[in-house]
Design a protein around this ligand. Sequence first.
Ligand code: MG
Length: 379
Amino acid sequence: MTKQISILGSTGSIGVNAINVVQSFPDQFQVKYLSAQSQVDLLIDQAKKHKPSAVSIGDETQYEIVRQALPGTEVLKGRDGLLELAGRDDVDIMLNGIVGSAGMEPTIQSILAGVDVALSNKESLVMAGDLINKLLLKKGVNLYPVDSEHSAIWQCLTGENAADIKRLVVTGSGGPFRTLPESAFKDITVEQALNHPNWAMGRKITIDSATLMNKGLEVIEAYWLFQLPQDKIDIVIHPQSIIHSMVEFVDGSVKAQLGLPDMKIPLQYALSYPRHFPQAWEQLDLAKIGTLTFEEPDFNKFKCLQLAFDALEGGGSLPVVLNVANEEAVYRFLGGEIPFTAIPELITKAMDDHDFLEHPSLDDILALEKWTQAFIKRS
Ligand code: MG
């Protein structure tokens, strides 16, 4: 049976890769909805090719352009249009490829509609993991991870008993500044930070990979996805990005999932689960790679990683503020307004200054998002 798919954030890095995957299996997948924030030309191209029933454009000034380019297609606009599309129940799976905290509400809308979610937007779980897990149970909805590390853990856990897990080991490449001395961090340029050694990704996540905030966010994501205590989730730096994560069991047995660092592989698996669909992508050749190495993460040098661990341990509203402050600080760094080293400094300030809430509601989270955005903009 053909799966009807909604792709939110269809013009971003994940969205474009998702469309590549979907179009290689026309008998398996059909694009039902697309949404984009502002890349109107690409959205129109995608819609002409895949003929979705409806599209949504975030930037309302572009609405007329989209509407005129796609006669016969329903066109929605703005934040309300996105949330309406996310809440429709006539799809089998929603792929959330939206960047940042803007992706949280669409995840919740889909779950409320009873639609399974393939989640690339890790910020959803970082900000609202507790609420989302409760809704998943209530609605009987499945959440399939797209992030390579979580896909790896998910695959390693297949057929296993939760009681047998000793710990999860999340791998990370260490980013472009793994070997750079901390004294040189203040001079890091945007161009250097955007030059990731292994993964081709969007700009925001590439900066997060340079600060190692991405790894911190992934530990928080893993905490909610796999529901293990924080002390059972560890990180190991693995510069080759071939092992995408591991699970260690109580008898000392360790399972790892390997593959080339190509986000299309975990992305496709989130859509094809429980099957693996054949692809003629470049295959993993371990003899050619030769050496896989591992090292401890440096929490002193990569302050964002420590902040993420602190936020997870402190719980409540801390991960919300961590995530939103990081996002705003990253955009200020990308805009040339602040140095690389100011990113953790601003996040620390926001985490210290906010009014802590032990059990934030969705309204609390949305209010904190606004507060944190304003705080970082004026700091
Ligand atoms: Mg990842």
